[in-house]
Each structure stands twice: as C-alpha cells, then as structure tokens.
Design a protein around this ligand. Structure first.
Ligand code: ZN
Ligand code: ZN
Length: 368
C-alpha cells in the first residue's frame, strides 16, 4: 500500500517512510531521539579525572577527550528513541570549540536510529555542557601532603644513594603503571636518597617489590602506629626501606670478603668472577645481600696499562701510571680479558690479583 506524507506530499514509492511520515519530515518534526538539553561535567584540574555517579574516575589523555567520553556515557544512558524508532544510538560527539578550561561548551551530537521497518535515520542534536574544574580526593591528599599511609625509602647499599642510581630510579618510576604512579602523593629527594609518600600500603608494597626485582634490592618493612582513625580503628604507617646495590658491571667488588669482578645482572642475580681463582659465579640477590659486598677501594691492585703486544703466549704492557716507563709481562694463561675490543696501543683499566691480571675496559689515556 502506498503511503503519502501529509506534510510534504511525497509517497512511499519515492522516499523511505518512518511510521506515517516520510523520513525527512519524521526527522524534522518528530526527531530520532530525545536528549537532555544540558549536562554537567566535573573534572579534576590537576589529574584530569572526572566525576561520575558520585565517584571519581580516571581520565583519558586530555580533558577534551575525557569530556567527549563522559558525554558518550551520560548521553547514551539518557537517550530516548521517539515513538516510531525502535532503537537509537549515538554515532558521534564533537565539541563546538577546542576545550580551554571551565565554562560552557556545545556538544554536537549525531544520533542515529532504526524504525521497526528497518529504516535508518540520523539527526544532529546540540547539547550544552557545563565544565567545572574541581580537585579530586587523591589530588587533595597530594596537595595537602597528608593522607599517605606508607613511605618507601630508596637508599644505596653504602648509605647515601649515588647520583647515577638516582637517575635510574627516577627513570624507573616514570615507567611504572599509572595507577601506582598516581598513588605516590609526594616524592622527596634528600641527602640520603629518595622518599616516596604513598597513599596506601598495598601500592607501597607493590612499588617496593618492583624496585627489589629490578634493582636486586633488599627491602625491610617497619610498621608504626601513628594514632587512630576517625572511626576509632588504629592507624599504622608502613615504612619500607629499599636498598639498591650500588655496583656496576666492570667494577671490582668485595663479595663476602673476596675480590670479585662484577660482570652484570642476570635474571637470577649478579654474575661475578672470583679474581683469585678466575672462576665465574652467580649469586641471587638474597645471597648477595647475605654475604655482603662493598666496592673495592682500588689501591695498588688497580692500574692502567697500555697493551704493546700479544704474541708467543705473552702479553706485554707499559704501565701508564708510571709514565709508560715500566714494561710488564704476563703469560697468556693469567690474562683475563673483560673488554670487547682489545687492541695494541690501547690503554686499559687493569686489576692485578696474585699472578692474574684482569683487563676491565678502556681507560682514557690521560693521567688521572
Ligand atoms: Zn514528508
Ligand atoms: Zn586529581
């Protein structure tokens, strides 16, 4: 049966119909769906999280993206299809102008729907949005620097944490999950090392265990009562001391009193060479901490040699520290090379133990 649109007079043979009207007239006079005229968007001006149903939720990369996402959630929930539309949805949302902060904006919402007969229709609806900046509870805690339940103290194995390890720790902290990062209320650098003030103890334990695994560190937990909560429960504060072994590949270290060359970290622990026997050994972090380790102070055993020749089973060096006056020879079997490119004429950091000599790496030619 042919239908005739009472508004424009076109027939169902010419154009698609929704109910008794042609599609164009239906969209113009009835509409595809109803939306609220305005909505409110509250976001945290520090971290960009947003308020929804009474709670705070993590935002996206930018506040503008968060606002669009938020509008999608809220408007999809409030969308009501008109009488002859069976199903409707939001196809696209845009802002009328770039987001620049709190204020009023217009959302250009494209709504789509389908009639019982399967005819699809689209409509553009303008919704006003009021954006208000606020401060979320976590940022409030950060800004007042209260509200932390744990402290992670990052220190070096010898006490103060050295500068290059601080750099590595900062780099490490930049890379941990955002959720853990967000739990850090304050980061404080002092003479001894870095202190992290963490909102909750679970996050603090996670951060500490990640530091332990990454740096082969040792952690010690201490728990202190600091009063009572408003509900009368006892309130404790957890302090986790994280000690990072300050040793580097190529460095001579005393492990359990024995001079050892530290080759580097493996997945299980540290790889070393016992400098008296020339044997390699591996220690997991726990055994390393149990035995104790200290960087070797250097002294007479350390030096800088220039390689002159290696032929006939003999290595010949000139002692760079005695102005290249002294010739030193070592049989091949007592020379241990721990550098990639050993060449004649090159000056190397060496370590002498008994009859053995360890060539550790290139040294700058200049006298120290
Ligand atoms: Zn019509
Ligand atoms: Zn915030």
């Amino acid at each position: 049966m042919t239908r005739v649109c009472p508004i424009c007079g076109r027939t169902s043979e010419e154009v698609p119909f929704i109910g008794s009207l042609c599609r164009d007239c239906y969209v113009r006079h009835v509409g595809v769906a109803r939306l609220p005229g305005r909505i409110r968007f509250v976001y945290c001006k520090y971290c960009g999280s947003y308020k929804y149903q009474g709670g705070w939720n993590r935002g996206l990369e930018t506040v503008e993206e968060t606002l669009i996402e938020y509008a999608h959630i809220v408007l999809s929930r409030k969308l009501r299809p008109t009488r002859d539309i069976e199903e409707a949805w939001i196809e696209d949302i845009r802002l009328d102008k770039p987001f620049t902060g709190p204020g009023s904006y217009k959302l250009l919402v494209r709504v789509a729907g389908r009639s019982r007969e399967g005819v699809e229709a689209r409509q553009d609806i303008v919704v006003e949005v009021r954006a208000d900046a606020s401060v979320c509870p976590l940022c409030t805690a950060k800004r007042t620097e209260r509200g932390y339940d744990a402290i992670v103290q990052i220190r070096g194995s010898t006490g103060r944490l050295g500068e290059q390890f601080r750099v590595e720790v900062r780099r490490f902290l930049d890379r941990i999950d955002r959720q853990l990062r967000d739990a850090i209320i304050k980061e404080e650098e002092g003479r001894e090392g870095i202190d992290l003030y963490v909102a909750d103890q679970t996050s603090a334990k996670l951060i500490a265990s990640k530091l332990r695994a990454f740096f082969m560190a040792k952690t010690i937990d201490t728990y202190k009562l600091v009063g009572r909560r408003p509900d009368g429960k006892r309130r404790g504060r957890l302090t986790i001391s994280v000690r990072i072994p300050e040793i580097e590949p190529g460095q001579v270290v005393k492990v359990g009193g024995r001079e050892s060359l530290f080759l580097g970290w493996t997945r299980r622990g540290g790889l070393f060479v016992d400098l008296r026997s020339g044997r390699k050994f591996e220690l997991d972090a726990e055994s390393l901490w149990d035995r104790g380790f200290t960087p070797h102070p250097g002294g007479e055993q350390e030096g800088r040699y220039m390689l002159i020749s290696r032929s006939g089973g003999t290595y010949v060096f000139l002692d760079a520290d005695s102005n290249y006056q002294k010739v030193v020879e070592y049989p091949e079997s007592y020379v241990h090379v721990y550098t990639d490119n050993l060449e004649e004429g090159g000056v190397y950091k060496v370590f002498r133990v008994g009859r053995h000599i360890y060539i550790l790496g290139r040294s700058s030619g200049a006298q120290a």
